[in-house]
Design a protein around this ligand. Structure first.
Ligand code: NAD
Ligand code: ZN
Ligand code: ZN
Length: 389
């Protein structure tokens, strides 16, 4: 079968490889019909995620048709159309019983438990051996462990192109909004106008937000203005002398600041990212300026939610402002996908949200390696692709 594999730093390739088999009795093997490339996949491309091995198959957002399954799988039949969770959850541990599946205690046996995080998180498909070493779904076939738990049946009324994003981006954005505590009448500021930031804007309005302001630069803001006309924008690259994102936001909100600040950037944009490695080498670390910007921007007793991916420790963090002004700093975690599936599937069916607003390109799996490089440079206005398999 064809699959997209990591072949070394900054190199991916469509390769021919073996089709996966049912190994455990709760496994499902899917014939993949659609997948996508996530902003998080770039961390893999760049080799900034540890424990990647040459030949690892990537991809954690995909949908498909049940091809084969172990005897322990319940509630699914061969031929069912399904979308997969990007996390592998067992469905039965302390966290899974509360549907906090991103913290499953059973599926990830990597070093996080002993290391700096003070606890481990769930395994992830297509995300290196750091998160369990599960082969991903940018492939013609994929093995999904605990299939009854990690696959959601799609009704006929929801085509692949709409259902696919329940793997990650829709659940992640919704989690960011509700976990941070966006409420009726709020003014919400969102850092980052990528797919996550865009869907956060949609969900913030659905939660009753009065205004949404997105901060970014470049063509992304034009895209937002066209697709989400109710959203206000700040281009941080075009601020005048003496202006900053903080002063601009205060100016737009009667000097007080927004109620909620949502971090949808991070990754390599954030200074804190590379310091995982530095920390391992015992070097000093620095913080993300974005988080300090968010802390300074929100109103007193406002909320700051972090969904963009950070790795490791940071210093120089405005703890004085947090303490004095009562700012709530919330790590939204890897989103617990399963918690939101029923609600978000219903919203797609009802047309309350339209995931297609994020999609800019449609490609075939044969071209996926080229797409990675385009996606990395955001060439051609590329942001969310639908990969037909
Ligand atoms: P993306 O790269 O498409 O978008 C990020 C945007 O941030 C870009 O448009 C960039 O121009 C903008 N940006 C850069 N520096 C900025 C700054 N200083 N201020 C404001 N904007 C700035 O990414 P995405 O796919 O939308 O994902 C966003 C983040 O969410 C990534 O870090 C991704 O890894 C993470 N993520 C988290 C989860 C989770 O479960 N927590 C799941 C999926 C993705
Ligand atoms: Zn993702
Ligand atoms: Zn579990």
């Amino acid at each position: 079968m064809k699959a997209l594999a990591w072949m070394g730093k900054n190199t991916v390739q469509v390769i021919d490889t073996y089709k996966p088999k049912v190994v455990e009795d709760q496994d499902v093997v899917l014939k993949v019909t659609g997948s996508t490339v996530c902003g998080s996949d770039l961390h893999l491309l760049h080799g900034t995620v540890v424990e990647l091995q040459k030949g690892d198959i990537l991809g954690h957002e995909f949908c498909g048709v049940v091809e084969n399954m172990g005897e322990g799988v319940k509630g699914l039949n061969k031929g069912d159309r399904v979308v997969a969770s990007f996390q592998i959850a067992c469905g039965d541990c302390f966290f899974c019983k509360q549907k906090l599946s991103s913290q499953c205690e059973r599926t990830n046996s990597n070093t996080l438990e002993k290391g700096m995080y003070g606890g481990r998180t769930a395994g992830m498909l297509g995300y290196s051996h750091f998160t369990g070493g599960f082969a991903g779904g940018q492939a013609e076939y994929v093995r999904v462990p605990y299939g009854s738990v990690n696959l959601l049946k799609l009704p006929d009324s929801v085509p692949d192109e709409k259902g696919l994003y329940l793997s990650d981006v829709l659940c992640t954005s919704y989690n960011c909004v509700v976990d941070t505590g966006v409420s009726e009448g709020d003014i919400v500021a969102i850092w980052g106008a990528g797919p996550i930031g865009q869907m956060c804007a949609e969900f913030a309005f659905l939660q009753g937000a009065k205004r949404v302001i997105i901060i970014d630069s470049n063509w992304r803001l034009d895209y937002v203005k066209e697709k989400y006309p109710k959203v206000e924008t700040i281009d941080y690259s075009k601020l005048g002398k003496g202006e900053s994102v903080v002063t601009k936001l205060k100016e737009m909100t009667d000097g007080r600041g927004p109620d909620d600040a949502l971090e949808c950037v991070a990754g390599e944009y954030a200074k804190g990212w590379a310091h995982y490695f530095e920390m391992q080498l015992g070097m000093e670390t620095d913080t993300s300026e974005i988080v300090n910007e968010m802390i300074a921007s929100v109103r007193n007793f406002g909320r700051v939610g972090i969904t963009g991916v950070y790795v490791g420790f940071t210093n120089h963090f405005n703890i004085g402002s947090l303490m004095e002004r009562g700012i709530r700093l919330i790590g939204n975690g890897q989103a617990p996908v399963h918690l939101y599936w029923d609600k978000l599937l219903k919203w797609i069916e009802e047309g309350k949200i339209n995931p297609l607003n994020m999609v800019t390109h449609r490609v075939r799996i044969e071209d996926l390696d080229k797409v990675y490089y385009k996606f990395e440079k955001k060439e051609d206005g590329m942001q969310k692709v639908f990969v037909q398999t």
